[in-house]
Structures are given as structure tokens and as C-alpha cells.
Design a protein. Structure first.
Length: 314
């Protein structure tokens, strides 16, 4: 073995910790917590930016993740997904306890855990393992263990979802790790002049620089640059009146998203009125949920494009 090959091997072993396989052909992405020594990597992938529904409550409704959006916490950032196989005789309860211990030592807090029927009658099809490998995680009567964990970190909070399933002779583990990474605000900021041009030529302008906490109407501080530009536009055009229209992606029920988008639009109007002194009579909040998409909701990219606030000439 050359010195170069030896360095590569050492790097791979450090990268995946105790889960490294002797026959691994490439370095997989780094999970949030190491797997047991008996684990064999089946597949791995990494996405630089993804929207991920972390299950944080019992799954009781039909429709997979889309039908149980209130039982999830939507997080965005760099996503690592690794599928493992454990030894055929592995005890899933001991495996789950081992993961919980390693998470604790790594500084994570368990935000939700469940097993078997306690995960909910429709957990299987919504589960992270099933979504990526239905054959390994979708066996009828499969024993299931699941936990979701969170760690505060200065480089971006880290969330981990772990599913362990015993279906037939084997035991499979899905470990999904997401480090929160906000969108680049500068790349999506729109100034007052650009807004005015779009309103004059198209009658509306789509904004992606207004941010909310997950499934809430709290306008985040990162929204200030865009809000200040809206206020500047309103000051420069004293006769301008605008609809502030909230849009969502298609996760969750139609009624849920209509209500959420309406309340978010109202939160934007409230921020402009109370923080920037815009006349409340010049703004009207409206929510349309996912009724007016700009892209397909079948991909993370499309869903991100559909989540927006639009200003429409009123």
C-alpha cells in the first residue's frame, strides 16, 4: 500500500467512525453519531441543501408525511442519509439504547422516541427508512424503534432521525443527519427599485427573503433587510396599496396551509405596520396555501420555490 492510499484509508476510518467497513469502496458522508461496530453501510448520500421533515410526534393519519405534517418539524440544511445493516441476530432494543447513549455523549437531546405501535398506526410509510428503502423497512409486522435528537451548535443546529427495523432475518438502520444552514440572504434579497419594476411590469413581485420559524407565524430576524426594502418602497410611492400574499408548499392538508399562509401574511403586515410605520390601510394580508405554485412540489427545489411571500398591486 502506498503512503497516499494509507492516508485515504485512515481518513475514511475517522470519517465514519466505528461503522467503517473493511470492503468500503469510498468515503461515505459523516453521520451525526457513529453506528455500532457490527454495522455495514448499505447506501449513503449527501445533499448540500435539503428540506427535511423530522418526525417528532406519533404518526396517526394516512397520507405519509404529507398527511402528518403537524407531527413533524421541518428543518433545512445540509443532509446526510446513511442506511446500515446490523448483524442478523442484533437486538433492536439494545441497538436503540446504544444509539441513545452515543447521542447523549455527543451532546444531543432526545426530542422524541417511540417503539412498535407507540410510533402510531401509520408510522411505517412516513418513516425515514421506508422513504429511502421500502424493501428493508417496509416489511409487514416489522419491529420498529425510532428516535429524533437535537444538538445546539454554533455552526448550525444539528438534528438526527434514527429508525431501526427488524424485518425478517436482518436488522436495518436509517440515520438521517441534518445541519441547519440558512439560505443565503444576499442572494435572494430584492431592493425597493426591483420591487417597483416588477410591480409596474407584472403587477406582483415574489419575495424569498422573509423567513419564518417552522410551522409558525414568527417572522425571523433574517427578514429585516427585505422588510425594510418594502417599507422604503411604500414611502417612495405613497399611493401604492399592496396585497401581501402568503404561499406554502404542498405538505400538509389544504386547509392547514390556507390557514398557515393567511396567518403568515398577517404577521408580515403586522411587522411592516408596527416596526416600520407603514399605514395599515395600505396593506391587506391574504393566504392561498399551495393553490398557486410556481414549480412542482415533487422535489425539495420546487417546494422551496413555492414557499414565498408575494406583493400584488391592490
Amino acid at each position: 500500500m502506498t503512503k497516499y492510499s494509507l492516508r485515504l484509508l485512515v481518513f475514511a476510518l475517522v470519517w465514519i467512525g466505528a461503522a467503517a467497513s473493511a470492503n468500503a469502496q469510498q468515503t461515505p458522508p459523516s453521520p451525526g453519531v457513529a453506528a455500532p461496530p457490527t454495522a455495514r453501510i448499505v447506501s449513503s448520500e449527501r445533499q448540500d441543501f435539503a428540506t427535511y421533515p423530522l418526525i417528532v410526534d406519533r404518526i396517526a393519519q394516512r397520507g405519509g408525511i404529507n398527511g402528518n405534517i403537524s407531527a413533524t418539524r421541518t428543518v433545512e440544511g445540509a443532509l446526510t442519509r446513511i442506511t446500515y445493516e446490523l448483524a442478523d441476530n442484533a437486538d433492536i432494543e439494545k441497538a436503540a439504547a446504544g444509539y441513545a447513549q452515543r447521542l447523549g455523549r455527543a451532546g444531543f437531546d432526545i426530542v422524541y422516541d417511540c417503539e412498535a405501535d407507540g410510533c402510531g398506526p401509520t408510522f411505517l410509510r412516513a418513516s425515514p427508512g421506508y422513504r429511502i428503502d421500502a424493501e428493508r423497512f417496509g416489511g409487514r409486522g416489522a419491529k420498529q424503534q425510532y428516535m429524533a435528537a437535537h444538538k445546539a451548535d454554533s455552526g448550525g443546529d444539528i438534528y438526527v432521525g434514527i429508525q431501526i427495523a427488524a424485518s425478517g432475518p436482518g436488522v436495518a438502520v436509517q440515520v438521517d443527519t441534518l445541519r441547519v444552514k440558512p439560505r443565503e440572504i444576499g442572494a435572494i434579497a430584492v431592493n425597493a427599485a426591483q420591487m417597483a419594476n416588477d410591480l409596474d411590469t407584472q403587477g406582483r413581485v415574489a419575495l424569498y427573503g422573509i423567513f419564518f420559524n417552522t410551522d409558525s407565524t414568527q417572522v425571523k430576524p433574517e427578514s429585516r433587510p427585505t422588510l425594510s426594502e418594502i417599507a422604503k418602497l411604500m414611502a417612495e410611492r405613497p399611493d401604492l396599496r399592496l396585497l401581501v400574499v402568503g404561499h406554502t408548499d404542498s405538505r400538509g392538508s389544504f386547509d392547514y396551509n390556507i390557514d398557515l399562509s393567511q396567518r403568515r401574511a398577517g404577521a408580515v403586515v403586522n411587522a411592516l405596520v408596527t416596526r416600520y410605520g407603514v399605514d395599515t390601510d395600505r396593506l391587506k394580508p391574504w393566504g392561498v396555501g399551495y393553490a398557486v405554485p410556481r414549480a412542482s412540489n415533487k422535489s425539495d427545489v420546487g417546494m422551496a420555490e413555492n414557499r414565498r411571500v408575494e406583493l400584488v398591486v391592490w
